[in-house]
Design a protein around this ligand. Sequence first.
Ligand code: NDP
Length: 288
Amino acid sequence: MTTVIDGKAAAAALRADLALKVADLKRDHGLTPGLAVVLVGEDPASQVYVRNKAKQTVEVGMESIEHKLPADTQEADLLALIDTLNADDTVHGILVQLPLPSHINEFKVINAVSHDKDVDGFHLVNVGRLNTDGGGVVPCTPLGCLMMLKEHHGDLSGMNAVIVGRSNIVGKPMAALLLQANCTVTIAHSRTKDLESICREADILVAAVGRPRMVPGSWVKPGATVIDVGINRIEEDGKNRLVGDVDYDSAAAVAGAITPVPGGVGPMTIACLLHNTVQQAKRLKGIE
Ligand code: NDP
């Protein structure tokens, strides 16, 4: 029997725990963690993400601060806003929704956010810490994946983990986390040879590619745990569907456990953003 790893339930449990922590911070320290979200332009998917993030921030008792800027905002003006937020004591987390319009340098913007207020884990200091002492803020999507893996397996030591995808926001930080958890890690990408055989060796298979249903069940080792990070919108049978990078039906027939799309990694990503905001608020105030 395949276990379906329920990301929605895991995210709800994490949010409930965070709501208690936020209430404690308010009562014991007079601290209300504040998350500022900056959206540049009118990308419909980004608007939905920002709305969901703001709603869930408020639901756990934190302060949500939204800055919506027009698509033709100049880079200098965005950097000036980030400076203001960096200096604002009521703001403990700053998230600049990506992608940014092409005339703005994303790298510059990401690294303009103070690393103490970076809740995405994309700042160079946090990337460096993830790959050295592991003490910084961890990117939300891989953190959510790791939490679900630990919840399901407990100790991951010695497991063979294969990650398909090497992006800075998912693949690479996922590899760093699994390495820290004492897995033997392989990172595959578009130039990898014989991807199928490599995937079939995996006790933990993470797909973060952005190609609908690319990983079929025949690539999955019987009993393996499959984490599907992909979010792809496709037209099928006249309907608009959301599917992962894994062919769910054939993979679920072989896997020991699998995350569905939707309802797997996605909900955990936002819950981990709230987790990171609470973590940064505590650090900024010197609370253990
Ligand atoms: P990127 O496009 O940045 O990276 C995709 C990676 O997949 C690259 O490393 C690329 O290799 C690799 N790749 C592409 N084609 C192949 C192939 N045929 N075989 C093997 N590897 C391949 O994507 P992201 O990491 O940003 O996102 C991946 C997926 O996860 C997307 O569907 C995205 O929507 C989703 N996502 C979901 C989130 C969530 O909350 N659930 C959050 C973030 C992303 P190469 O480097 O060689 O080009």
